[in-house]
Design a protein around this ligand. Structure first.
Ligand SMILES: NC(=O)c1ccc[n+]([C@@H]2O[C@H](COP(=O)([O-])OP(=O)(O)OC[C@H]3O[C@@H](n4cnc5c(N)ncnc54)[C@H](OP(=O)(O)O)[C@@H]3O)[C@@H](O)[C@H]2O)c1
Length: 246
């Protein structure tokens, strides 16, 4: 029997680790890509002890787009047929942290948008001959409306969401699903030191992601109630929205 496989990009992210554990418990083959070698090795050992049938690792700074071809080919060689790709890396910067530093602002685009879109496209193309599989990407509810305190981060996530929608329309008829994951705040290192209402545990978000991959959803909000919160936020008239300081 063929063993199923998942490739996780930005594997040391809090959310990605939660998802990886669930696939390890299913006995899948797991290929991890991240830039922190020590964290990656520790994660690989942990996943093996949880039941993963095999774990491969590749160390890469994902902003180095010249390495994206190598990432896809190494992951494909390790996995054979790739059932799932999860793209999870990202950085969160409040607007005031980067307001006076255009290079730092563009760096957020490099990490969250440019490198992510490049990898989505490359993996979708790589899956085309199999005529099966899912490319899942973590965007954010922050991509749905430009907020005064978070519009650079939000714009990167809007770019990813928009790209994912088009990529899905193109690849779904070829048998490949593209899943856009829109979490609200999640309790990971990204949120450390930030006070945040409605923060979700990684375990719940990871479960939602795996369920959405299993059922070949196109877009999910996680936890589910963010769909309703965002419906309301998107309905607020612009003249009122610009006065809200959040
Ligand atoms: N946590 C939330 O509230 C929340 C909400 C909505 C969406 N999201 C999105 O969910 C995804 C996962 O975030 P998380 O919450 O799990 O955050 P996290 O634990 O802080 O993980 C972020 C990961 O991105 C990696 N990364 C950043 N720049 C990189 C680069 N140039 N090359 C390689 N890896 C890089 C980091 O690696 P290092 O450890 O080596 O720095 C880290 O593993 C992100 O796309 C984030 O925007 C998170």
């Amino acid at each position: 029997m063929r063993i199923s496989s998942i490739v996780i990009i930005g594997a040391t992210s809090g959310i990605a680790q939660g998802v990886a554990r669930l696939y390890a418990e299913r006995g899948w083959k797991i290929f991890l890509v991240a830039r922190n070698a020590d964290a990656l090795q520790a994660m690989a050992s942990d996943l093996k002890s949880r039941g993963a049938s095999d774990v491969g690792v590749l160390i890469a700074d994902l902003c180095d787009t010249t390495r994206h071809g190598e990432i896809v080919s190494t992951a494909s060689r390790f996995s054979g047929n790739i059932d799932v790709v999860l793209i999870a890396h990202g950085v969160l910067k409040n607007q005031q942290e980067i307001d006076n530093d255009p290079n730092a602002m563009l760096k957020v685009f490099d990490v969250n948008a440019v490198s992510t879109i490049s990898l989505m496209q490359r993996f979708a193309s790589a899956l085309e001959p199999q005529k099966s599989g899912t490319v899942a990407v973590i965007s954010s509810v922050a991509g749905e409306r430009g907020r005064r305190t978070l519009y650079t981060y939000g714009a990167t996530k809007a770019a990813v969401s928009h790209f994912a929608a088009g990529l899905r329309a193109r690849y779904l008829p070829l048998g490949i699903n593209i899943l856009n994951i829109k979490p609200g705040p999640v309790d990971t290192p990204m949120m450390a030191g930030r006070t945040q209402a409605l923060i979700a545990p990684v375990s719940a978000v990871a479960r939602d992601i795996v369920r959405a991959i299993d059922s070949r959803k196109g877009v999910i909000y996680t936890p589910w109630f963010w769909r309703h919160i965002m419906t309301i936020i998107k309905m607020i008239p612009e003249r009122i929205f610009v006065k809200i300081n959040f």
